[in-house]
Design a protein around this ligand. Structure first.
Ligand code: SF4
Length: 237
């Protein structure tokens, strides 16, 4: 009988509704031998890394090192490895893709058109992500429903047709307060930029500090309309 990803996702989603986040992640590690967690080193992702490290769960931790990260984020990769005693595998864009992009759009071509921005995210994020997930049977991410309009209905488990695997959002129902308490209580290292008005941190040229009253992700690709502001990692293709 063929594998019915949608049906399995519905069952897992129901099962996870009543579990704390730590048990959701443990369940993933037990049921999926090739689970990969992709971290952007944001607070949500640092919390998940902390949960994986604490229980020494068999989940690969991977990050997309785009080549345009803030120096603070690069430092945090190193600090996290040392402090939490885990490995973080780095996936980089191809030199040839960067050269082609630069000749077609210019190094910072993402500012001038949505197409130019998507093309940059494609070579610096999507292709390395495809590489990171090439052997995975499950993909863990740190999306929370509160983060933005685009993320307001993310389930705990969903079948990804694009990557042909089960995708998990174990912190989907966490509030900002839940996250802050967890980080403080578990001494989780976080990016110093958060204290300077950056609740959501991506690549340096595409992230600005937010103003009081703005949404958490308002500083990401701020020059575009809100409904277009995802990099494609978590959008169905
Ligand atoms: S966030 Fe900006 S710099 Fe980073 S990959 Fe996307 S367009 Fe390129």
């Amino acid at each position: 009988m063929s594998y019915n990803g949608e049906a399995v996702a519905t069952k897992l989603n129901d099962q996870m509704k009543t579990l704390p986040a730590a048990e959701r992640i443990e369940l993933i590690s037990k049921q999926f031998p090739h689970a990969v967690f992709t971290t952007s080193l944001g607070e949500e992702d640092q919390a998940i890394t902390g949960l994986i490290a604490k229980e020494k769960l068999a989940i690969e931790i991977a990050t997309l090192h785009t080549g345009r990260l803030f120096p603070e984020t690069v430092d945090l990769i190193k600090q996290t490895k040392i402090q939490l005693g885990i490995d973080i595998k780095e996936y980089h864009p191809l030199e040839a893709d960067i050269a082609n992009y630069t000749s077609e759009y210019g190094r910072d071509g993402f500012y001038y058109s949505v197409e130019g921005r998507h093309a940059c995210c494609h070579i610096r994020k999507i292709k390395p992500l495809q590489n990171a997930l090439s052997k995975a049977d499950a993909w863990v991410v740190g999306l929370r429903r509160e983060q933005s309009q685009n993320r307001s209905e993310v389930p705990f488990a969903e079948w990804s047709e694009d990557y042909n695997l089960m995708k998990f959002n174990p912190l989907a129902d966490w509030t900002r307060a839940d996250l802050t308490v967890f980080i403080e209580q578990n001494d989780i290292p976080i990016n110093p930029l958060h204290a300077k008005g950056f609740p959501s941190i991506g690549c340096e040229p595409c992230t600005r500090a937010i103003k009081p009253g703005e949404h958490e992700r308002a500083g990401r690709w701020w020059w575009e309309n809100e409904e277009k502001r995802e990099c494609g990692l978590h959008v169905k293709q």
